[in-house]
Write a protein that binds this ligand. Structure first.
Ligand code: NIG
Ligand code: FE
Length: 403
């Protein structure tokens, strides 16, 4: 169906991805994009042929953009949850061959079909909470075949459900056991085989690394970025999560779209992000789950004008939390973001962290991914943790939830 005109018509409060608009606005959607955004009065006077979706009250936001997830994985790590409750640390568990490597074993064993079946309800949970765009990383295969298997599942998920999936190759997530003591050779594999193979099958949109003592050094991550850029892929990094290695400044110097976690980020890292225009992705779910005490430098990021995105980081270890609206609450209660900043973090800034400026906004020309919520003020989304408040959801201009 081309050139179908639809009216989306609500006397709702509109949060446009950055701020609450001063008066109720109506939205005209044509061919999956926002064609016009007008005050209700002016809009009522405009005669437009098409389907009208009417209602009153509520709050309209852009569809949520979850810019950092590890949604595809085998098994689960409830046993490690119990070990941590008894005092073991995330790093100790990782060093003993658990952690990410335990999920690698389960993911390698799982068929593509089984991984898909497990991931589908997780993704559906995000969608039911308002997500219209989700980034999904590999990183639990750690060899060419199993990394590609994960990325294929991610692509298929985007075809199966009304959601946009952006895929990220995270080959440099952990050192697989077969490369023990030989991490540079594993980085060779990521650069020379994994990235080209993923590109050849059109499975990858971006490349990520885990820059940390329990993962890869700054120099190793830099090599991965060089390989990614040789294939014209955007880059991002997990950095300064458990310690400060300086991965952020290095990633920013390569023009990273975002640097994620950043609890241990210092002033030099913040300056580098500002200069590069990179997004700081904060992940309060991992902070909460790991019972971190080091807070990311929110005030300094705010003072520097670095855009902050918020994401679930949903994964079986550090953030088994599949509820973006809970992250809004955590971002405010744990990190002291304002509700407006948190919501911008899951909309406009989340989209920016994916290099997608047509998403996460209610603005003329933007893709018409929209949510209407049964609340009175945008701040309520962060204030209460209450599933079931999504009234309507439009994905590319089409109603996919509500009526
Ligand atoms: O974003 N920091 C590294 N990677 C993931 C955790 C993955 C896992 O524990 O399985 C994260 O927290
Ligand atoms: Fe992560």
């Amino acid at each position: 169906m081309t050139n179908v005109t639809r009216l989306f018509w609500q006397d709702t409060t509109v949060f446009d991805g950055t701020q609450e608009l001063p008066e109720p606005m109506a939205v005209l959607v044509r061919d999956g994009r926002i064609e016009a955004l007008q005050p209700m009065k002016a809009f009522e006077a405009t005669a437009v042929e098409g389907y009208t979706l009417a209602g009153s009250g509520g709050v309209m936001t852009p569809g949520l953009v979850d810019c950092h997830t590890h949604l595809v994985f085998g098994g689960n790590r409830a046993d490690e949850f119990e070990m941590r409750l008894e005092g073991a640390s995330y790093e100790e568990i990782a060093k003993a061959g658990g952690g990410i490597l335990s999920t690698v074993r389960a993911t390698r064993e799982a068929s593509e079909e089984a991984l898909f079946d497990k991931a589908l309800p997780r993704l559906q949970a995000l969608i039911d909470d308002g997500v219209t765009t989700v980034e999904i990383k590999s990183g639990y295969g750690l060899n060419v075949a199993d990394e590609l298997k994960m990325l294929r599942v991610a692509r298929r998920l985007g075809e199966a459900l009304p959601v946009r999936v952006v895929t990220t190759l995270l080959g440099a997530h952990a050192l697989p056991p077969e490369y023990e003591g030989n991490s540079d050779a594993y980085i060779d594999l990521v650069c020379n085989e994994m990235i080209p193979a993923a590109v050849a099958e059109n499975l990858v949109d971006m490349v990520d690394v885990f820059c940390e003592k329990i993962a890869f050094s700054v120099a190793q991550c830099e090599r991965v970025f060089q390989a990614a850029q040789a294939h014209n892929l955007s880059i991002k990094a997990h950095a300064e999560q458990l310690s400060n290695l300086g991965g952020t400044a290095m990633a920013a110097s390569y023009g990273a779209l975002s640097v994620d976690h950043i609890e241990y980020l210092d002033d030099a890292g913040i300056a580098a992000l500002r200069q590069a225009g990179s997004v700081a992705v904060i992940l309060p779910g991992a902070f909460h789950t790991l019972r971190e005490t080091q807070l990311p430098p929110i005030q300094a990021l705010r003072d520097a004008g670095v855009p902050m995105a918020v994401a679930t980081d949903c994964n079986p270890g550090s953030s088994p939390l599949f509820m973006p609206s809970l992250m809004l609450n955590f971002a405010c209660t744990l990190f002291r973001l304002t509700p407006r900043e948190a919501l911008a973090g899951l909309t406009a800034h989340g989209a920016q962290a994916l290099g997608q400026n047509e998403l996460g906004r209610i603005a003329e020309g933007a893709i018409a991914d929209l949510c209407v919520w049964n609340i009175q003020r945008p701040a309520e989304l962060a204030y209460a943790v209450q599933p079931g408040r999504l009234r309507q959801r439009l994905f590319q201009g089409k109603l996919s939830h509500g009526y």
